[in-house]
Design a protein around this ligand. Structure first.
Ligand SMILES: Nc1ncnc2c1ncn2[C@@H]1O[C@H](COP(=O)(O)OP(=O)(O)OP(=O)(O)O)[C@@H](O)[C@H]1O
Ligand SMILES: [Mg+2]
Length: 453
């Protein structure tokens, strides 16, 4: 690229005399310069070369400098464009700036001034470029998501992660569904200086058939069971040096728990069907949305394993107990040009969010589909959320909720028709409780005449 303080410049000017002087001056100052006598020539140059800075004369026969500017800006060029005006056309300079010109000069002016203004434009170009690069670097380096939340419980959790992350302690993460347990596990892994360079491997006990959990975790030898056509290393081996995140640990088969306990204690284990003892160095993070102490009391979870994984326990409070985070999450997950109406925010703050952050994200996604004009109002929110509001004012806004209601009403009628009016089956298909269906029938004033012929 160019040396510091030199730039790559295009001068578009129909006045041959002026253009030649300007080109000569800029070249003498060490800049790389191309020239064009009109807009058409300039466009051809733009198609073949990249310019950091360009100077357009405002008044040229044919396509004016202003039109050229407009055209290039709508094509999204990054080039910084300066406009030159005569005394008589100064007012147009304002318009040029509005269209995206970075500066303008009124003729006549000393060449040194022109160069100085071009250098300022070049600085601006560099800054914008750097900004674009930083953005892509940031986007690429943070595939893991940031934890949002500034409520007291959330700050405590973030602090705990920073404290416990660098140690090799096992961590038990507890919290309702959708509270961010997996996110916390990722943050713990990242907070470990030695392990963060190594893999974080996740296994979900609930997602695996019981017979497969053992071979997933510990691997197997060829022929050790039907279907084991080749030897395979287990996730403990894959995670060696790093972290193994065992999700839904409460679902871990009781028969497998002694084997897990052993690998936690000294890192040793055997693959399924092998007599060979192996050793790994793996840090364990586990999560559950059950109360493990209760499971222990009921004999569904081994007490010794419970104490071994519960060295450090982290409880994520449900979203309804950290209401102030809701606003932060809304602002985080909404695109910058979207907004949420005050009463919609209020309703969301009051809702109990049984599905926690995941449910909030889903509600928001749905709302952005339903919303008009990038503004989320209560009519875009799921009915269950709005229904739960204790504000009379909001309840009374049936008018605005109508639009959504009519869609839902039509859908319910359609399902009822298909099921010949059988409400139990219709409710099942709609994925709602039968009582809820009756409430919706009330609310939407649906009666038999609507779905029976
Ligand atoms: N504090 C937070 N900040 C930003 N995003 C969050 C936060 N908490 C949760 N999320 C997002 O919510 C969703 C659910 O989080 P996650 O999968 O970690 O929950 P979970 O507790 O593991 O749920 P489950 O018990 O259902 O497995 C994810 O998309 C996650 O990125
Ligand atoms: Mg999870």
């Amino acid at each position: 690229m160019s040396k510091p303080n030199t730039m790559n410049l295009l001068i578009v000017e129909d006045d041959d005399n002026f253009r030649e002087v300007a080109v000569a001056w800029m070249r003498r100052m060490g800049h790389q310069v191309e020239e064009a006598a009109n807009a058409q020539e300039a466009l051809i140059l733009f198609e073949n070369k990249y310019f950091q800075v360009a100077i357009f004369d405002m008044n040229m026969p044919g396509v004016s400098g202003l039109e050229l500017l407009q055209r290039l800006k709508s094509d999204g060029v990054e080039t910084q464009i300066l406009i030159l005006t005569g005394q008589a056309t100064v007012e147009n300079a304002v318009e040029a700036m509005k269209m995206g010109a970075c500066d303008y000069l009124t003729k006549p002016f000393p060449m040194a001034d022109l160069e100085h203004r071009c250098l300022l434009a070049h600085d601006r170009w560099s800054l914008q470029k750097e900004n674009r690069q930083l953005k892509t670097v940031i986007a690429r380096n943070q595939p893991e998501k940031r934890m949002i939340g500034e409520s007291k419980p959330m700050r405590d959790i973030l602090q705990l992660i920073e404290r416990v992350g660098p140690t090799d302690k096992s961590v038990l993460i507890q919290g309702e569904s959708g509270t961010g347990k997996e996110l916390v596990a990722q943050a713990i892994h990242r907070a470990s200086e030695v392990r963060s360079e190594k893999p974080l491997v996740t296994v979900n006990c609930a997602a695996l058939p019981e017979q497969l959990v053992e071979s997933e975790l510990f691997g197997h030898e060829k022929g050790s069971f039907t279907g084991a056509t080749a030897a395979k290393s287990g996730l403990f081996e894959v995670a060696d040096g790093g972290t193994l995140f065992i999700d839904e640990i409460g679902e871990m088969p009781l028969s497998l728990q002694p084997k897990l306990l052993r690998v936690l204690e000294d890192g040793s284990f055997r693959r399924v069907g092998s007599h060979l003892e192996r050793r790994v160095n793996v840090r364990i993070v586990v999560a559950t949305n059950r109360d493990l102490s209760e499971e222990v009391a009921e004999g569904k979870f081994r007490e010794d394993l419970y104490y071994r994984i519960n060295v450090m326990s982290l409880v994520i409070p449900p979203l309804r107990e950290r209401g102030q985070d809701i606003d932060l999450l809304l602002d985080h997950f909404l695109a910058p040009d979207w907004s949420v109406q005050d009463d919609a925010r209020q309703v969301m703050r009051q809702f109990s969010w049984p599905g926690n952050v995941r449910q909030l994200i889903n509600a928001l996604e749905r709302a952005t589909i339903l919303a008009e004009g990038r503004l989320i109002t209560i009519e875009d929110l799921p009915l269950e959320v709005v229904d739960s509001s204790d504000s009379q004012d909001i309840q009374n806004r049936s008018e605005s909720v109508r639009r959504l209601d009519s869609m839902e009403r039509a859908h319910i009628i359609e399902v009822l028709k298909e099921e010949q009016g059988n409400k139990a089956r219709a409710a099942r298909i709609l994925g709602i409780h039968r009582r809820k269906l009756y409430r919706l029938l009330e609310r939407f004033e649906i009666d038999e005449t609507d779905y029976r012929f």
